[in-house]
Each structure stands twice: as structure tokens, then as C-alpha cells.
Write a protein that binds this ligand. Structure first.
Ligand SMILES: [Zn+2]
Length: 721
């Protein structure tokens, strides 16, 4: 079974995981029906593999009207293939059962890959409505496969004799993986419980789609309209011009619009001098989804938590988190709770100390108010200037987008891995700002395509992410087509795109995911690239962030956009020195969100609350992270990672992965840093493996020992007292 579908089904996709799957009504062998209805799809671009290089999607051929029939036919074909495998009169073999399943569902994979990528990156009302319509159908399709008793029997039989089959290591792992996937999807349940499970899955699929759509619409609807330029004091002329253009785009004359980003904190809070406007901006952000109206997500969150708790009970788990974590490298809720609760007090203490410093500035300026959440970024910027005497506006002229990407991100990859890049302008794109690059391996042979979709727009989900349009697999002979998505604000016409340092770091981060997909060297699609546990997947991407400030890399890309002068060393030193700055805040807002995620998902059905916001407040208080000036990075009603996406009970994964990341950064430093030898070792031992072996084993092979937590604690200033 192709991995994209399975990932979506299992809720582990990196991006926009709506559920997947359909009622299979056709009987096996009805080839006539298949012929006939396939005939209707003759000019549907999803009916066959794309003829473009690397099977790159023919975006210029794909129309809104192609999706629904392609999904319907794709599910039908996949259903037939699965029934044929299940009902095969021949005794089960690895080839006729497991590999056959890996090969099945190609058309469904093609359409769902493009569809779910574009509903995240460039959506429209037709896709949105189709997405709502599809969610329960795909969930049912998934159930039809995983709850097929004959199919499970075949897999069980193979699983029982797996030692005797003498499979190679990757194949044996694939068999074990299929068996586990089936069991976790409810294959061992009785018929009545299977029906219950199907109904739960369908409801969950619809609701998480609704949650995501509410977040996107509410975020657009919550943009702040400002009447006068005077109120925007503190913003640069470019930012004011962008705000004026955003207003114009919304049909507002002589006004300014500040669009919201998906996190709680909003970038302009750092520079807006007008405290009342900062407060308006902040409140609009934190109230998203919880102030009534058509996009309110309070009840949706509660319903999702209840349905997940019900499903966990049905499958024999204490709660949804226990179910989810069993499949992660963390394994148990105990392990996750232990990490979060051990780090929380130190993080909050650090945040309180940082807050006290900010209060001093407010007092020194006769501010006469108590530090509030909407003041944090503003005074932090002042403190940063005072302590390190630089601010983001000094840095940005050195971080021009094309330079950052081609002479920074790509340059580091060339130095480490010997791969080279060439822009391709002949391939169709779904939005004019999207760029495509071909990547060549050390021997000069073409190896992959990389899609860079860097700009924010109303039709794009917030945040940054990576996804694969085509995955590497030696079974299929496919090479990767990988995309990175960022949300860099579009500059006014004619102006260069200048990044903040955070955006630079994000570009390196996402390319770390891309490398995981690009260097994949596995046989089965199920194990390709980033198809590893969630609490491992953020590890390579975080490691790649280290190169953003590596002197040799920095000097190559951080050049002033007007005079091409390299960023002064004094400024570089300040960036490095400022790395530990504001870490109490960053760690606390992250831990608060992670703890919320765990609280919601460690509930039994009987414990589901009636009031989402009261539950949230109580959960933060109990965990000791209810420090008002530092709210969670996401509040429950716009926490798409956990309610709309694949990170339910898994938001802790970023910090969990960071243990391995901090360890690996140490390793690179100990071994001479940016060179081919180090890059090749990391590629060979880790990046190429995907999910084809135990991820912690590949880490040990790379590092030469078990991971230790100390490098992370030092990095974040969390050393135990
Ligand atoms: Zn990431």
C-alpha cells in the first residue's frame, strides 16, 4: 500500500492529514466495470502516472473537476485490488499479499497526494467542499481494508511464520509493520465493534477536516483592520505598504490590514509601539475559534477528544495518547509526561526571570502597567537591542530569499553531501511564485526534484511544512519529488523579499525534512523518506538548522541585497550570542502547548469536559505552566497540529527529537563540521534509511552510542539545579 495514503490513514502525515479510504462495492474480477469506468476518465490527469520528468504532477492539466471522479475511481480500483488479494485462492506468500498491497492503490495515491498537498498550499472553495465530502468516504475506504477479515488472516498467517520465510531485513520489517498496522486499526475486533469503529473513524475524519477549515477561515476573518497610519508606528515603510496592499486586496479603501499568523504570538507585536493595537492584535489571535460565530471550534475540539477517547477504549487502550504513543519511539504516556513535567518548572522559572527583566524596562520608561502577553515581544526586542545591540531590521537586508535558498540552504547541502541544484523553468507550477529545482547526485546523475513554495497567501495553511509528491522506492523505481512550504509575507511589488532570521532558520529546517525524503534509499514506499515515527521525524530537520549560522555557510549567503557586502562578523557574533536569549519564553510556550495536547488526549471518555476553555485553563494550571504573559504557542481552538492534523498526542515530538538533534550537532562539531565525510556518514547511516529500520538503531549507528539529554538541556538553559 502506498505510503502517502497509509500515512494519512494512520494520521501520521506531515501535512494536512485528512483521513483516507471507501466502501468497496464491486466484487473481485469485475474487469468489465473497471474498463468501462476507467474509460470515462481518459482525459483525467490522475488516470495514469504523469508523463513529466520524475512523474512530477502535471499541474497545468489538473482542474478542480478532475478530483472527485479520480477519487471515486481510485477508491474503486484500490478496493478491487484489495479484494483480489484477500480472496486469492493461492496460499498467502509475502509476494502475493504484502508486496501486492504495497503495489495497490496507485491512482488513489496520485490523486490524494496532489489533492491534500494543494488543499494545504493553494486551496479554493471547491477543494474545501470536496475535502469535507471526501473525509468520511476515505475513512470508510481505509476501514474496508483494515477490517477485511480475510486479508488480515493472510497477513497473520505470514506473520506467524515470519522467521521461516527467510526475508531480508527490510521485507521482514514490512511484514511486521503491516501486521501491527492492521491490529492497531482494529483487525482483531469482533464484527459489532468493527461497525462501531467504522462509525467513529468516519466522524473523526469529518470533524478534523471541519476543525482545519474553521481555523483557516477564522484566521482570515480575524485580520486586524487599522484606520490610520499613525497607529502603525514602529512598523517599517515596507510593512506599512504591505498592510495597505492587504487592505486593498480586501476591498478596504484607505485602511491597513494586519493578517494573522497561525501561532498565538503575532510577528508585529514585536514592533508595534501602540500598546492598544498590540492588545487588539493579541486578543484577536488568542480568541480565534472561541468567541461564537460560524468558525467556533470549542465544541469541535471537545467532540474530537471524545471520539478519540471512545476509539481508544474500543481498541483496548487507556486513552488516545496511550494508543498513539505506543507507535512512537517514546512508547508510553509515562515517558512523555515525565519529560514534560521535568522540564516545565525550569522553563517557567526562566520565563519568569525574563519577564522580570522586561518589567524593569517598562518601569524605567514609566510605563505604569504590568507586563502582559501583548507586551512580551515588544520589550523583548528592546532588550535584545540593549543586550546585543541589533534587531531584526538590521539583519533582514542580509537575508534576501533567493540568496538564502540558493547560496545558503543549497550551498550547505552541496558542501555536506556533494549534491548540486539547477532551476527548472519548464515544469508547470500551481502558483506563479513557486520554483522548481532539479537535484543531481555526487556523480552528476539526476536524482530528484525540489519544489520551493515560499510565500504566504490567503489560500495557504499557516506555518511551514514539507511533503512529497513522489516518493523514492526501488520497488517502483521512483525518484523523489519533494516540496517545502513557508509563509514568508509577500513584499510590495518591486521590493526584494527580505527574511527575518527566524524565517531563515525555518528554510533550513524544512530543507532538513526535504533531505530526509531526497536521500531515501529504500525498497518499499511504506518506509520511504520521512515515514518514521513523529517523535523522530523532526530530528533531521532540526539538525539542518545548525548550518544557518555556520560561518562558512553564513558568509556565502548573508550578503546585503543592495551592495552584496557580507554580513559583518560583529553581527554574526551577536546572532550566535543571542541564541539562548528568550529561551524561557520559547520553551514555556512550547511546553504549554505540548501539555495541553497530552491532557486532551489522556482523557477517558468519562472525563471529557463540557467547557473547552475552562478545561484548558485548569490543565495549564495543574501543569504549572499558567504564566499569563506566556500563553501556549497554540490554544485548543486553533491547535491544528493536534485537532486538525497528524500530531494528536504528538506535539511533544519536537522536543523529543531535539534530544537527538542536540546530540548530532555535537557530533558534527566534534568531527570537523561542514564536510563531505560527515555529510556522507549522516546520509548513509541515517537519512537514507527512512523507516526501513528501527530509527533509534540508525541513530546509534550514526552516533556510536545511546542518546544523552545533556546537550539539549545546555542548549535551552534547562540544566537541573
Ligand atoms: Zn519540522
Amino acid at each position: 500500500m502506498n505510503k502517502h495514503l497509509l500515512l494519512i490513514m494512520l494520521g501520521t502525515a506531515l501535512v494536512n492529514p485528512a483521513s483516507y479510504a471507501t466502501p468497496v462495492v464491486a466484487e473481485p474480477g469485475s474487469a468489465v466495470t473497471q474498463q468501462k469506468s476507467a474509460g470515462k476518465l481518459v482525459d483525467n490527469p490522475f488516470a495514469h502516472a504523469s508523463k513529466l520528468a520524475y512523474q512530477y504532477p502535471a499541474f497545468d492539466q489538473i482542474k478542480n473537476t478532475h478530483y472527485a471522479p479520480a477519487f471515486s475511481e481510485g477508491m474503486r480500483q484500490h478496493g478491487l485490488e484489495i479484494v483480489a488479494i484477500a480472496n486469492n485462492p493461492a496460499a498467502p506468500t509475502f509476494e502475493n499479499t504484502v508486496i501486492a498491497m504495497e503495489r495497490a492503490g496507485q491512482m488513489l495515491n496520485r490523486v490524494s497526494t496532489v489533492f491534500f498537498s494543494l488543499t494545504a498550499a493553494n486551496t479554493n472553495p471547491t477543494l474545501e467542499s470536496l475535502s469535507r465530502d471526501l473525509a468520511p468516504k476515505l475513512a470508510a475506504h481505509q476501514d474496508q481494508i483494515f477490517l477485511n477479515a480475510r486479508l488480515f488472516q493472510r497477513i497473520s498467517k505470514l506473520y506467524e511464520v515470519r522467521q521461516a520465510l527467510k526475508l531480508d531485513a527490510e521485507s521482514q520489517r514490512l511484514l511486521e509493520r503491516y501486521y501491527t498496522d492492521f491490529v492497531r486499526a482494529g483487525a482483531k475486533l469482533g464484527d459489532k465493534d468493527k461497525q462501531k469503529l467504522k462509525s467513529l473513524n468516519a466522524q473523526l475524519a469529518s470533524l478534523s477536516t471541519k476543525f482545519n477549515q474553521n481555523v483557516l477561515k477564522e484566521t482570515n476573518a480575524s485580520a486586524i483592520v487599522v484606520d490610520s497610519k499613525a497607529e502603525l508606528q514602529g512598523l517599517s515603510e515596507e510593512e506599512i505598504a504591505s498592510a495597505a496592499e492587504a487592505a486593498k486586496a480586501r476591498g478596504l479603501k484607505d485602511k491597513f490590514v494586519i493578517p494573522l499568523m497561525n501561532t498565538t504570538g503575532q510577528p508585529f507585536e514585536a514592533s508595534l509601539a501602540n500598546r492598544a493595537l498590540r492588545q487588539r492584535l493579541h486578543e484577536a489571535s488568542v480568541n480565534r475559534g472561541s468567541h461564537g460565530g460560524e468558525f467556533d471550534n470549542r465544541q469541535v475540539a471537545i467532540d474530537l477528544a471524545r471520539l478519540r477517547a471512545d476509539r481508544a477504549t474500543l481498541l483496548g487502550y487507556a486513552n488516545h495518547a496511550a494508543y498513539g504513543l505506543e507507535d512512537e519511539t517514546a512508547k508510553t504516556t509515562t515517558a512523555v509526561n515525565k519529560m514534560l513535567s521535568e522540564l516545565a518548572p525550569a522553563a517557567v522559572n526562566n520565563a519568569r526571570a525574563e519577564g522580570a527583566e522586561l518589567q524593569k524596562i517598562i518601569d524605567a520608561q514609566q510605563g505604569n502597567f504590568k507586563l502582559a502577553a501583548w507586551d512580551w515581544a515588544f520589550y523583548t526586542e528592546q532588550l535584545r537591542k540593549a543586550k546585543y545591540s541589533f534587531d531584526d531590521s538590521q539583519l533582514r537586508p542580509y537575508f534576501e530569499l533567493k540568496n538564502v535558498l540558493e547560496n545558503g540552504v543549497f550551498f550547505a547541502a552541496t558542501k555536506l553531501y556533494g549534491i548540486t541544484f539547477k532551476e527548472r523553468t519548464d515544469l508547470p507550477v500551481y502558483h506563479p511564485s513557486v520554483k522548481v529545482y532539479e537535484i543531481f547526485d555526487t556523480d552528476g546523475k539526476s536524482m530528484a526534484l525540489f519544489i520551493a513554495d515560499m510565500y504566504a497567501r490567503d489560500t495557504k495553511r499557516g506555518g511551514a511544512w514539507m511533503n512529497a509528491y513522489v516518493e523514492q522506492s526501488s520497488l517502483f523505481g521512483t525518484k523523489p519529488v519533494i516540496a517545502n512550504h513557508l509563509n514568508i509575507p509577500q513584499p510590495p511589488a518591486g521590493q526584494p523579499t527580505l527574511l527575518t532570521f527566524d524565517e531563515v532558520r525555518t528554510a533550513f529546517h524544512e530543507f532538513g525534512h526535504a533531505l530526509h525524503g531526497l536521500f531515501s534509499n529504500v525498497k518499499y514506499p511504506r518506509f520511504s523518506g520521512t515515514n518514521v515515527p513523529r517523535d523522530f521525524v523532526e530530528y533531521p530537520s532540526q539538525v539542518n538548522e545548525m548550518w544557518a549560522t555556520w560561518p562558512e555557510v553564513l558568509k556565502n549567503y548573508a550578503k546585503h541585497y543592495q551592495n552584496t557586502q557580507v554580513i559583518p562578523q560583529s553581527l554574526v557574533d551577536k546572532i550566535t550570542a543571542a541564541n539562548k536569549f528568550n529561551q524561557g519564553f520559547a520553551t514555556t510556550e512550547y511546553l504549554a502547548a505540548s501539555l495541553l495536547d497530552q491532557r486532551w488526549h489522556q482523557l477517558t471518555p468519562a472525563q471529557i469536559p463540557k467547557d473547552a476553555l475552562a478545561f484548558e485553563a485548569e490543565a495549564l494550571k495543574q501543569a504549572g505552566v499558567d504564566f499569563a504573559p506566556v500563553p501556549p504557542r497554540y490554544r485548543s481552538t486553533y491547535f491544528s497540529h493536534i485537532f486538525g492534523g497528524g500530531y494528536s498526542a504528538g506535539y511533544y515530538a519536537y522536543l523529543w527529537s531535539e534530544v537527538l538533534d542536540a546530540e548530532s550537532v555535537e557530533w558534527f562539531k566534534e568531527n570537523g563540521g561542514l564536510n563531505r565525510k560527515n555529510g556522507d556518514w549522516f546520509r548513509q547511516q541515517l537519512l537514507s534509511k527512512g523507516g526501513s529500520m528501527d530509527p533509534l538503531e540508525s541513530f546509534r549507528n550514526f552516533r556510536g552510542r545511546e542518546p544523552k539529554i545533556e546537550p539539549l538541556l545546555i542548549r535551552r538553559g534547562l540544566q537541573k539545579q
